[in-house]
Design a protein around this ligand. Structure first.
Ligand code: IVH
Length: 685
């Protein structure tokens, strides 16, 4: 392969990675890598594209500004695009930015305004005659989401401006969460068994973008404004004057800015903030340096995503050196063997750190990290401990390369790394470690939301052999639950009630609960909205992997995971048991429409074996057509579908005079119903 080809390949790989991480960051609010690592990948791609313009593609993430707006909010088109900023990852890059300002302006002393870069999410506010009318997120820079109701819950944000300017006034800034509220929020989530926010930025984004403003109000969000749109309309000519105007209008402003006249003053400000930021109540990940004179900014113009008159200097992460004592391997819910570094405690960004995730074998190999090594540790986003490298000069003699074991440390089954995947996975889907984690996830708030079924209770149930998988939850009764340690009859009844209620969880939550790899809360909700029933999702996943790949938002990775999950016989069995237990398999909202379905109000009972499908599949199809299924025959039953070797239900149906359908008759009726229910029939109505 020649150089260009290998660069093309590398650029393709980087685009794929960046797109995946952007989705995790902006849409799922669940990043897997630090901002610093993300910026480094982005930089590598930008460098390749700059040196080789022929390798630039139309869909390269280097052209994009932010995340796609998520469903559920009204979209807002920004009159002036909301741009991002280019980063300077070190002092040299900052110097070359400053030199460009000097060259263009033919002067040595260029005034720039510096202020801490808030690690939050950008919003734009529109005031009309002094009244707050609209607040929106940046989204992709052109189109964001209307989050006015949520923004109004931020106590420091004035709904009416002081000395309100007449007409339209647009101002931009950052919504964030202070470190204290962030810690309290995560502590509360941990208690409830909910997933934790990786960093304050994600917490702020998640809080601002909940569909329930009452929830936002509880999160202690803050907002700081830093930019007036079309400042010339208000006679504002410098960034410093802009900040003064923001304050005089009664809008919250950070107040940590400083005007600098040369690069040494800028560097002094950076030196100061590299320490101050740890005591600062809100999370900052750098300093923004902006040309103070607004009237001269048009000289510099913009790139596709950022103005050239400003730059964001990113702080290098604070690092400490410590000795690595062990690498522990644990097994997660999807069977992934996750290595964790355990080292001598160090103080970092305000807390004592003893452990850091090592992600996967590639990461371990890349750094060649070995037990006994002296490692550099930092906190990504000032929160998540990470190892950034090894001091090879101090490597003890005899230190050996670390390999993630090829046997599961919990069940001893083979653990393998599939081609194209970074993770080593335990191949035993009944592995107790995986199973326990999966049950915990199944019961958690964003999934089946079974209050009272926490980790400790699940531990006991699994240890006492009362629970082997999550479908087994629905076979537990209050008496059995009351036999657990520290569980009275009253709590057992409450728990049984919570289990019963969980059957009515919306389809998105049910899909999320299944624990399919690569499917989190957001993707699960998207799939629910699109396919409307679990059996329908199964059908397309099993039969049409390729078609699935083409559907919006479903990439090849997701299509593969869905296909693999539904093809696994053990999972099929889980599904059938959930369905038989009466867990909701349908998208609600259909509830209201169900009356228009062809079999609305009809009750079916299935008995005996069908040749063309399983009974639970048949049940799914009946419900899809609006009918109901039941386990026992009564006078209220409309049809009993009889397969080969039927049970006593057949005899009972005959006795009660209930209509009986053979498999053939059932299929014919089903076919007619499906025809009636097709979109074409809708048009003809
Ligand atoms: S000025 C044209 N000032 O950082 C955009 N941005 O990484 C001018 N940010 O998009 C932005 N603190 O969302 C500015 N003090 C600050 C900031 C700040 C945080 C955000 C902003 C921007 C992003 C770029």
């Amino acid at each position: 392969m020649n150089d260009l080809e290998s660069l093309r390949e590398r650029a393709g790989k980087l685009r794929e990675e960046l797109t995946r991480h952007a989705l995790l960051y902006y849409v799922e609010d669940a990043p897997e890598i630090s901002d610093f690592q993300y910026d480094a990948l982005m930089r590598e791609l930008q460098d390749i594209e700059k040196a080789n313009p022929e390798l630039v593609t139309a869909d390269s993430p280097t052209h994009r500004i932010g995340g796609a707006p998520r469903e559920g909010f009204v979209k807002v088109t920004h009159e002036a695009p909301m741009m991002s900023l280019d980063n300077a990852l070190n002092r040299e890059e900052l110097l070359s930015f400053y030199s460009r300002l000097q060259e263009t302006m033919h002067t040595d002393s260029v005034e720039v305004l510096c202020e801490p870069k808030i690690d939050g999410l950008a919003v734009s506010l529109v005031y009309e005659d002094g009244l707050l009318m609209l607040g929106s997120t940046r989204g992709d820079g052109r189109t964001g989401e209307d989050v006015t109701a949520n923004l109004r819950t931020i106590k420091t944000l004035p709904l009416r401006l002081k000395e309100g300017p007449a007409g339209r006034f647009e101002v931009r800034g950052e919504v964030c969460i202070d470190k204290k509220s962030f810690a309290a929020l995560n502590a509360a989530r941990e208690e409830k068994g909910e997933s934790l926010f990786a960093n304050p930025r994600n917490a702020a984004a998640g809080s601002l973008r909940t569909l329930d403003p009452r929830e936002t109000a509880k999160r202690g969000l803050k907002i700081y404004l830093y930019q007036i749109v079309e400042p010339e309309r208000f006679g504002v000519e410098t960034q410093a004057a802009m900040l003064d105007r923001i304050v005089s209008l009664g809008l919250p402003m950070q107040g940590a800015q400083r005007l600098c006249r040369n690069i040494s003053e800028v560097n002094a400000y950076l030196d100061e903030w590299e320490n101050k930021r740890f005591e600062h109540p809100i999370d900052t990940d750098g300093v923004v340096v902006k040309l103070n004179d607004i009237t001269l900014r048009p000289l510099f113009g913009t790139t596709a995503k950022a103005p050239k008159w400003a730059i964001a200097y990113k702080f290098p992460p604070e690092e400490k050196v410590t000795q690595l004592r062990a690498i522990e391997v644990t097994v997660g819910r999807t069977g992934v063997l996750t290595p964790t570094a355990v080292f001598d405690p160090v103080h970092l960004a305000g807390t004592v750190v003893r452990r850091a995730g090592l992600h996967n074998q590639d990461e371990i190999d890349r750094m060649d990290v070995r037990v006994g090594d002296f490692v550099r540790v930092h906190k990504a986003g000032e929160i998540i401990p990470e190892i950034s490298g090894v001091d090879l000069s101090k490597r003890p003699a005899g230190a050996v390369p670390f390999r993630i074991p090829s046997e599961c440390p919990v069940c001893g089954s083979a653990a393998v790394r599939l081609p194209g995947e970074a993770a080593v996975k335990c191949t035993n889907s009944a592995c107790p470690a995986q199973m326990k984690e999966r049950i915990i996830y199944f019961a958690s708030r964003s999934a089946m939301d079974i209050t009272g079924l926490g980790e400790k209770i699940i531990d006991q149930l699994v240890e006492k052999d009362m629970l082997h998988d999550y479908a087994g939850i629905y076979a537990l009764n209050a008496e059995e639950l009351a036999s657990l340690d520290r569980m009275g009859m009253r709590s057992a009844q409450n728990l049984a009630g919570a289990i019963e209620r969980s059957k009515q969880r919306p389809l998105g939550a049910v899909i999320n609960a299944l624990g399919i790899s690569n499917i989190g809360e957001k993707t699960a909700n998207d799939l629910a909205a699109r396919y409307r029933s679990l059996r329908e999702l199964e059908r397309v996943s099993r039969e049409e992997e390729e078609k699935l790949e083409l559907a919006d938002g479903i990439g090849p990775v997701l299509a593969k995971s869905l296909h693999a999950w539904f093809s696994e016989p053990h999972n099929q069995q889980l599904l059938s048991r959930l369905e038989a237990a009466g867990v909701n398999f349908y998208e609600s909202g259909e509830e209201t429409d169900r009356s228009s379905l062809p079999w609305h109000g009809l009750k079916f009972v299935l008995t005996g074996e069908l040749s063309s499908m399983t009974r639970s599949e048949a049940g799914g199809k009946i419900r899809l057509m609006g009918g109901d299924t039941s386990e026992s025959v009564s006078k209220k039953t409309d049809f009993v579908v009889v397969g080969s070797a039927p049970g006593s239900k057949y005899a009972k149906a005959v006795k009660l005079g209930v209509a009986i359908l053979t498999e053939e008759e059932f299929l014919k009726k089903l076919n007619e119903a499906e025809q009636n229910n097709s979109p074409a029939a809708e048009v003809m109505k």
